[in-house]
Design a protein around this ligand. Structure first.
Ligand SMILES: CCCCC/C=C\C/C=C\C/C=C\C/C=C\CCCC(=O)SCCNC(=O)CCNC(=O)[C@H](O)C(C)(C)COP(=O)(O)OP(=O)(O)OC[C@H]1O[C@@H](n2cnc3c(N)ncnc32)[C@H](O)[C@@H]1OP(=O)(O)O
Length: 218
């Protein structure tokens, strides 16, 4: 069927499924700032050539910081709610791709574009596969997220049932990577999606997926 980008369906409310929903507007800015610092820490740890004594000192400092944070822990399944362009949007608060508060997630922020969604992210050495290149599994994850988000934007959130990726060119680390996703069709609960990864305008990977829609409970 043809996809009408102008009339997104209302999203199912995750609260109806028993998930905690957290409003983005209620989150302290300090939390995102902390996550950004931890991303720097991850990169510094992965690439460190420091002496054993320095490494041991750093490990103790990290223990102290972990203990500071562990006292106030949110449950893992919590969902984040935000209003974007006058519509509701939900994602998991610690989503492995793009969650601002999850330092293990590459900070890919997707937004509605002319035809689907688009975002940009720079991946450092913590996302390495072959020397100097982004790991193929992370490229698949970026595509999965962008394609899933394209379905969410049209009010059709779902689970990935099938995902296929073609790697056309190596994707370098440390450079802005553009990720796009769009819905190409629907059939009953199936939402067909496609996505691309580009660096400096050059296509480095493209994918397709079948998302199976989550049915509203009411
Ligand atoms: C969980 C509730 C949450 C509620 C929250 C509300 C709102 C949420 C808003 C946003 C969502 C948040 C984030 C989205 C952003 C990013 C996306 C990340 C994506 C992921 O990270 S997601 C994790 C990996 N993913 C899985 O963990 C799925 C495991 N899997 C299953 O849970 C089942 O397998 C399922 C559900 C897929 C289907 O099961 P089912 O029983 O519900 O449906 P059924 O089998 O009847 O299939 C129905 C139609 O799909 C066709 N179909 C089935 N499988 C297919 C395949 N492999 N290839 C091609 N077509 C397939 C059938 O052929 C039939 O088609 P037809 O209509 O033509 O007969």
């Amino acid at each position: 069927m043809t996809v009408d980008m102008t009339a997104p369906a209302p999203l199912p409310d995750p609260a109806d499924y028993g998930f905690t929903v957290v409003a983005e507007s209620g989150l302290p800015a300090e939390h995102a700032a902390l996550a950004e610092r931890v991303r720097r820490l991850v990169d510094a740890t992965a690439h460190s050539t420091a002496d054993p004594a320095v490494l041991a000192e750093a490990a103790e400092e990290v223990d102290r910081i972990s203990a500071l944070l562990e006292g106030a822990r949110r449950e893992t399944g919590a969902m984040l709610h935000r209003r974007v362009d006058g519509r509701d949007e939900y994602t998991t608060l610690t989503n492995a791709v793009g969650a601002e508060l999850n330092p293990a997630a590459p900070p890919l922020r997707l937004a509605g574009a002319a035809e689907g969604v688009r975002g940009e992210v720079v991946l450092g050495g913590a996302y390495q596969g072959p020397p100097g290149l982004v790991h193929g599994g992370w490229i698949a994850a970026l595509l999965d997220q962008a394609m899933g988000h394209a379905a969410v934007v049209l009010g059709m959130p779902g689970l990935t049932a099938n995902l296929s990726v073609d790697y056309r060119r190596p994707t370098p680390l440390g450079r802005p990577v553009e990720v796009t996703g769009r819905v190409t069709g629907t059939e009953r609960r199936k939402v067909f999606v496609a996505g691309e990864v580009r660096v400096d305008g050059e296509l480095t990977a493209e994918g397709t997926a079948v998302m199976v829609r989550i049915l509203p409970l009411r």
